[in-house]
Design a protein around this ligand. Structure first.
Ligand SMILES: *Cc1c(COP(=O)(O)O)cnc(C)c1O
Length: 356
């Protein structure tokens, strides 16, 4: 029996980027965030597809990710390293033309020493208190900014997926004020959620991440994933019999149970077994039953006229957002948990050109 099949729709990712890009003005650039291997979907394929569609700026978390992305997209686009330069990163940054995000006064000091005149992004804190310089800290190192080329000043919103949250306006105000200390740089505040907050939040560059991959809060996103799990056994269970670990599910009627070859080791989180999850045969939905095992899960297929070779757990009817809700988590975690054992197929109508 074939492995589980994960189909990644590159055309949908491109359509989502275009849709997010269209939400901001013509003078605002929309960067693509491909950290954690493009949220688990494969930066090596997602990167070139987005570059061909017109993306000129990418963000990843680590220098190693930047180096891999550079090899995939060629020399044209700029690649920012969000987590900043780590000890020993300098050769990678140089060799692959990566732009580090400098997140502290000491990082600015070291970068000015090691890369005089070098291009860098400056991350400032506008209220999230995760990474970035506070206004006072930035003022202390203002003279050092002359020694480097700050190409971007940016900050990150903590509550952008809640449009009514007062922190959004507060962070906007704080960011606009702090950014004045780096007048030559482009400004960026919005990730996916911030793009949806409206033009005030867009400044010169936005950083689209989860929305590209079909995740909340970009409700208008085109679904990107189809995940089909092989049925490896079907059995009949009598009323009163249980299915799976803990005997957590008990049959109330004569039930046909299909056992599928994927489990929490493949990113189908064990908590899915506590929510409402459906497996699809075409449009027909069958409830997942019992606990999710490491390599297996079980489905009530009693009402199917015929059990197909595979059942779908992700498609246009049940997206990463619904799976996230069922598991009590967020789409980001479903995406980045997608397993290494799936056979991955990339759907694309466009031939991918050679790197520039
Ligand atoms: C992950 C990340 C993004 C992208 O956020 P999404 O919510 O996925 O769009 C943008 N900026 C920073 C600093 C990030 O860490």
């Amino acid at each position: 029996m074939a492995r589980a099949l994960l189909t990644i729709d590159l055309d949908a990712i491109i359509a989502n980027w275009r849709a997010l890009d269209a939400l901001s003005g013509a003078k605002v650039a929309t960067a693509a965030v491909l950290k954690a291997d493009a949220y688990g979907l494969g930066a090596e394929r997602v990167g070139p597809a987005l570059r061909a569609a017109g993306v000129r700026s990418f963000f990843v978390a680590l220098a190693e990710e930047g180096a891999a992305l550079r090899r995939a997209v060629g020399s044209g686009p700029e690649i920012f390293i969000l987590s900043g330069p780590m000890p020993g990163d300098a050769p990678l940054l140089r060799a692959h033309d990566l732009i580090p995000c400098l997140n502290s006064a000491s990082q600015i000091l070291e970068f000015a020493r090691e890369f005089p005149g070098g291009e860098a992004a400056i991350q400032v804190d506008s209220g999230m208190n995760r990474l970035g310089l506070e206004a006072a800290e930035l003022a202390e190192v203002a003279s050092l900014l002359q020694a480097i080329r700050p190409t971007l000043v940016f900050s990150h919103l903590a509550c952008a997926d809640e449009p009514g949250h007062p922190l959004n306006a507060a962070q906007h105000e704080a960011f606009a004020a702090i950014a004045r200390a780096v007048p030559t740089a482009r400004r960026s505040l919005a990730a996916t959620g911030g793009i949806l907050l409206g033009p005030d939040f867009h400044f010169e560059l936005t950083r689209a991440g989860v929305g590209l991959y079909g995740g909340h809060p970009f409700a208008a996103a085109r679904p990107v994933l189809r995940l089909a799990l092989p049925v490896i056994q079907v059995r009949d269970v009598d009323p009163g019999e249980v299915v799976g670990y803990g005997g957590a599910w008990r049959a109330e009627r004569p039930t046909r149970v299909a056992t599928l070859a994927a489990g929490y080791a493949d990113g189908l989180l064990r908590n899915l077994g506590f929510g409402e999850v459906r497996l699809f045969a075409g449009r027909h939905a069958c409830p997942m039953i019992g606990r999710v095992s490491m390599d297996l899960l079980t489905v009530d297929v009693t009402d199917l006229p015929e059990v197909p070779e595979r059942l779908e757990i992700l498609n246009e009817h049940q997206t990463v957002n619904q799976l996230a809700t069922a598991a009590g988590t967020i789409g980001y975690e479903i995406l980045t948990s997608l397993g290494a054992r799936y056979e991955r197929v990339y759907k694309s109508s466009a031939p991918v050109p050679d790197p520039e």
